[in-house]
Design a protein around this ligand. Sequence first.
Ligand SMILES: Cc1cc2nc3c(=O)[nH]c(=O)nc-3n(C[C@H](O)[C@H](O)[C@H](O)COP(=O)(O)O)c2cc1C
Length: 373
Amino acid sequence: MASMSFALNRFGITSSSTATESEPDLSVTVNGLKMSNPFVIGSGPPGTNYTVMKRAFDEGWGGVIAKTVSLDASKVINLTPQYNIELISDRPLQTMLKEFKQLKQEYPDRILIASIMEEYSKTGWEELLTALSKLDALEINFSCPHGMPERRMDAAVGQDCALLEEDCGWVNAKATVPVWAKMTPNITDITEPARVSLKSGCEGISAINTIMSVMGIDLKMLHPEPCVEGLLLYKAVRPIALAKVMNIAQMMKDEFNENDCSLSGIGGVETGYDAAVFILLGSNTVQVCTGVMVHGYGHVKILCAELQDFMKQHNVSTIEDFRGHSLQYFTTHTDLVKRQKEAIEQRKAERRGLKSDKDWTGDGFVKETEYGF
Ligand SMILES: Cc1cc2nc3c(=O)[nH]c(=O)nc-3n(C[C@H](O)[C@H](O)[C@H](O)COP(=O)(O)O)c2cc1C
């Protein structure tokens, strides 16, 4: 018979373990969407067409967010090479819809999310929403940095809360599935658009998209490379992504009912341990974009194994057992200064050393002095 032990782990959870221990459960339910694990393909090259999205499902990703679509793909002009400055999908919407339909027929239980973007137009958004009614959820892309500001799309909306509120309102008035809003980090306070999105009916926030950057200047030619501000992503952005996710999670905790809204963390995830950090900061799911391009679709198995390894080390059996746990430890510089002052005062107040000559023991005179060197 399997022996059973109970232990209070670091999360304050009394967990049971048996000698025939089962693997920690990675499944999550987010806004009613059931996923076998929290790993979701982030919108971008890994979700551009039927073939690659099918691979993601076959390899076991919890969900797929397709490459961002808009009503009129002919207006999207991508450059070659495009890797560092790619826009949204330049494939016709009808083609993408056909592929979404086929994927949902073949994988009815898997979560397929459309990433959407449209011009600042109520009728445009309504038309797009009608076309996409059969998907599991929608992610509004308010976040690609060098997109099409002249058409009031992309981060131009994510940086303007008034526009964003209207777009969210139109989408949520029509949507019959959960809606997430994807945030740009190219803004002073990311909690502002996140708050407006949730107040305007979105069920979730995704953060972050890429960061505007200048990669360098060719010192022979004296030209920048490339000659537009490019996308900074992957490992380089992870600390910034974590800070933005922490800011949003704190805001959600303080101002919204946590069970009603979700958070999808993105930016530089390439191990299951990176994912654990995003989850400790409150993420329900974790999106991976560049990591898939670097390591391939099969990498999800390693991500899952590493996340389970973390869970085993801490003796937790579900994602909810540790989600958001580390938020409580963040404080302010002012608070640290106050605590430091209190600690110094307490130490000064403590009388050190021996009270009288009779207390010398003969062992360790140096230790027993007032200064305890
Ligand atoms: C080439 C490329 C294209 C991208 N296209 C989209 C897109 O169409 N829609 C979107 O919301 N995000 C897009 N992204 C952003 C990613 O989804 C993700 O937010 C970002 O790359 C940070 O995650 P990562 O470090 O895992 O790549 C793109 C990223 C790259 C590198």
